[in-house]
Ligand binder design. Sequence first.
Ligand SMILES: [Zn+2]
Length: 402
Amino acid sequence: MSASNTTRPLSGREPRRAVFLDRDGTINVEVEHLKRAEELELFGGAAEAVGRLNRAGYLAVVVTNQSVVARGEVTREGLERIHAHLDHLLGLHHAYLDRIYACPHYPDPGLPGGIAELLVDCTCRKPATGSIDAACRDLGINLAESWLVGDTTSDIETGRRARLTTILVQTGHAGHDGRFPLDPDYVMADLAAAVDWILEGHPALRRRMAPVVAAAAGARLVVIGGLARSGKSSAARVLQEAASATGRAAHVIPLDLWLCPGPEDEANSATARYDIEDMLVTVRRLVGHRDRIAVELPADNGAVRSGRGHSRHFSIDADDLLIVEGAPALLVDRLVRLADVRVHMARPASEQATERRAGPRQRQMSEETGDVRSASPPTDEATKVEAAKARADFIVAAWIAA
Ligand SMILES: [Zn+2]
């Protein structure tokens, strides 16, 4: 027996990569308490997307809360029929799920009409991670290389607790349920776009960001500017992941946290819509700090405006990497001077040509806090943001799905 055999897992199988998928609002259209198989309607492109995961060697694992069972509205057999129908619809597109984990519980023992033994606090109801833990045991999954895709704050919280990379899709609840702080790693229009991102976009942007990652190794502050939908927040996350992989904590600070409420047509300057002075006070304080510092920043401007904002807690050490991203990042002289590395995200010309088309899907593709206003900046703002790339150390091409 050769020595190398001793380093292999006894099972002979490498841990596999998985994409954990929410069901309602992610794979199929959200209906209030889906009870019958006939109510199941897949989102356009969802089956093909699952098929692409299958062929790419990712396990496709559904994790779903089905309290309709505990409520007495659907029997276990009824749930099995719904999932058999889901399998059938996917199979029409040569796609399959490797496993479905459905939590039948509901944590309210007094629920009228409920099934007593299912009205319990369990470990499988999201955002608890019991189902993901079970999948890891059952299927041999490497969580560090796995993803979770869902439409609710509860899904994203589940992924965060399980240390999965998370994608919020802007279908179903689109993250507007307001139950948990919302800080997904990536935001995509729908499941098809999420799978494109996992299989193509993320690996491509990782390659494109490699020189920035190298430069950031010795940096305290990296700023990332560029037009809306050029992938600034995704680039910031990729940089954050790369730093984390080397054991260095990194913090992404979106400039949109300082976006002022108000109609955009009142602004004739690219920076006028932001509270730049307050932003600079905060960033200077973070950059200059020599000890660990704790700060609270609002989590999401849109959520704050609608009164459901959870503030985001940052605990930042003196050696941590700070990444400030936002359209006007390279337009603010004092921020540019403060930075060690400056990045401009460039959009391919063809994408700019479609900028003002702004159909629902186009608007949803804005990953800057989902703020529709930032999806189509005034033309002079776009011109200034584009011109500011002269200040960049790196110009990185955005990844746009084919
Ligand atoms: Zn459960």
